[in-house]
Design a protein around this ligand. Sequence first.
Ligand code: ASP
Ligand code: MG
Length: 421
Amino acid sequence: MEVFKFGGASVKDASSVRNVGAILKRFLGDKLIVVVSAMAKSTNKLEEIVEARKNQDFTLYNQFIKELYSFHFQIMGELFQNKDSSIYVETETIFKDLQDRFYQPFPENYSFEYDQVVSLGEVISSKIVAAYLTEIGISSAWVDARQLVRTDNQFQEGNLDWEKTEELIQSKLPPVFLKKDVLVTQGFVGQTPEGFTTTLGREGSDYSAAIFAYCLNAKKVTIWKDVPGMLNADPKYFEDTIKLDQISYKEAIELSYYGASVIHPKTIKPLQNKGIPLFIKSFIQPDEQGTVIQESTVNDNLIPSFIVKKDQVLFSIRPVDFSFIAEESLSDIFSKLSRYHAKINLMQNSALSFSLLMDRKKADPLQIKKILGDSYKIWYNDDLELVTIRHYDQQTIDLVTTDKTIILEQKTRQTIRIVLK
Ligand code: ASP
Ligand code: MG
């Protein structure tokens, strides 16, 4: 048994769905769980739909639903000649319910409402893919991930109940596999014990693939992407990127911690615990080798990796009473920032001040000043970038620092992090 995950870009239109079918035909007879994301940018559109309803903006609400409806029906029209096919009725019903939702009072818990609506992207997408696979003669069934993935009540960021999930998946899926080869399900979604839908955090479908693989002891997981594998740098910022053929779980966790965005950070740990290898492959060139993430660390330092975070702001914080930055002020600063859900990308302290680097988008300097209050004097420097190099040497440092001013630098044996202006 293997798990495949197809993200939004791999099901973005009718020809992409056909391509998924073509890939699956290469594995005819294999037992597969196919985890799919919402089509293209549907998740963003669904977020806008929730916003519009919150703002009681009926015109926008309607307009967004119409756009999402046409987008999916266009794809279905190209995939299914038989207009009586049940997929039309099922999708129609989902949209009708969504439309009617406008007149219900908006729940107090925004995140609850978000999950009930935003999860629909995966539901629709998986239904279309499953119907298409059946249409082209692949032995397949649609399964509802909400009945299998159990979470707590933390809407928008559901925490997994591993024991219950394992029990559900292990009892419900093997009987379906006796009858069908390919089980198509949704990424990103789960359910509370009370039966309400939850989501696992944006881009969480990779994590779903790992959950299914873990619970069924899959032989491997393959994430099909529009890139040839895991690259050592983002092609947006670097010209000569290199594909990493093989890296360890540990290295993959490090890279995603520093901000490499190829796979969702929560994905690796469950796979590592069971020693299930993770392949990242191109759905455009499925014959190419891709990247494999597994236990062995022997190849980790062959190629330096670069991770760039733009639009950073560096705050320097000093207690106004000139007390040294010691444990008490640090814990005060941290607790205030954590209540603001601030994410710190890097920090450093000196005798008199404490510096921390954050994404400018999530850290408005005026807000930060207000949160920390009058007991601190705060400066900031924005328009910075943070470059992390794993397995660096002088040459790679020179490559990223030429013509730039180094504001701050932190080094460990394998990693250097440089804040640049
Ligand atoms: N559709 C969800 C998102 O866009 C989950 C995913 O794609 O992994 O965040
Ligand atoms: Mg995605």
